[in-house]
Ligand binder design. Structure first.
Ligand code: SAH
Length: 280
């Protein structure tokens, strides 16, 4: 029997793979299922974006295997990672595949899960807080806000081959997406900004670059489409980073709650200049 203070969590059985999102950084943003999986797993296969503080929560004696991929650095190949998960599961271990953010958001979780299906390995999927949601919350930028945007678009700025993705219609996005949150965009920030401007977005449009969100090294740079590429270089912004394009970025002046912890005075009406401009 369960009283109100406990939650029934599923048993992590040997021979299973749990594909789990670890969120953007801060361990407190883990789900209860992710925490349970960390405390139970025999083998944890994690990628580069998983915060080291989270790995410390692993059950003592668990085997930790790095399967990171970071642009430019040697990284495990995707079939190898799936093969490794299958191999560990066939040894009847409880296998935790831990990924940054959410496994299904630009995380290849679908590919790994399909490999498990093909191999007949049972699996569970545990969503995590994706960087665009959690990272922006930590930057004090709402992904939607009634006065700025009724839609938000998550898009990758980096194709599998390493280039700006060709299958993204930047012109259509530029016209139809009031707020863009671009993952993996730092490398191509100059080309992405140029494409958006060429397709009609004003160069003065607010942009935020959110680096290492929800970690002790979080940095947020407020800039504009015209200046974002030069500013990213000048301020030595490091990946992982998100680029946010849109009016919602202005709300940070009122909602930078982390800045407020170190004395930033928040503006309760951060959109007022914009409203004034609209009404004249
Ligand atoms: N599955 C992950 C995304 C993997 S793609 C998720 O749901 O969040 C990797 C990209 O995610 C990075 O290039 C960066 O754009 C973004 N990202 C992940 N963690 C981040 C963090 N803590 N701060 C800023 N960006 C992050």
């Amino acid at each position: 029997m369960n009283d109100n203070s406990t939650i029934d969590l599923p048993v992590f059985e040997g021979g299973w793979v749990w594909l789990v999102g670890a969120g953007p950084g801060e361990p407190g943003l883990l789900t209860l299922l992710a925490h349970h999986a960390l405390r139970s797993a025999d083998a944890i296969v994690y990628d580069a974006l998983v915060d080291p503080r989270i790995l410390k929560l692993a059950r003592p004696g668990a085997r930790l295997e790095y399967a990171g991929k970071r642009g430019g650095k040697p990284s495990a190949k995707q079939p190898n990672i799936s093969g490794r998960l299958i191999q560990l599961a066939r040894r009847k271990l409880r296998v935790l595949r831990l990924k940054g953010g959410d496994p299904f958001v630009f995380g290849r979780g679908g590919e790994e899960a399909l490999a498990l299906v093909a191999a007949g390995i049972p699996f569970r999927l545990v969503p995590g807080i994706t960087a665009a949601i959690g990272g922006l919350a930590y930057a004090g930028i709402p992904v939607t806000h009634r006065d700025t945007n009724a839609a938000v678009t998550f898009v990758t700025g980096h194709a599998a081959g390493g280039d700006v993705p060709d299958d993204v219609d930047w012109t259509a996005l530029s016209r139809g997406a009031p707020v863009l949150v671009i993952y993996m965009a730092l490398k191509h920030i100059d080309r992405i900004a140029a494409r958006l401007i060429a397709a009609g977005r004003p160069g003065t449009e607010p942009v935020a670059i959110v680096s290492k969100a929800a970690t002790p090294d979080q940095r947020v740079l407020e800039t504009t489409l015209d200046s974002c590429a030069a500013d990213a270089t000048a301020h030595h912004i490091e990946p992982p980073a998100l680029i946010v394009v849109g009016e919602t970025v202005r709300l940070r002046a009122g909602l930078d709650w982390i800045g407020a912890l170190s004395g930033r005075v928040l503006d309760a009406d951060p959109l007022r200049n914009r409203h004034r401009r609209k009404s004249v």
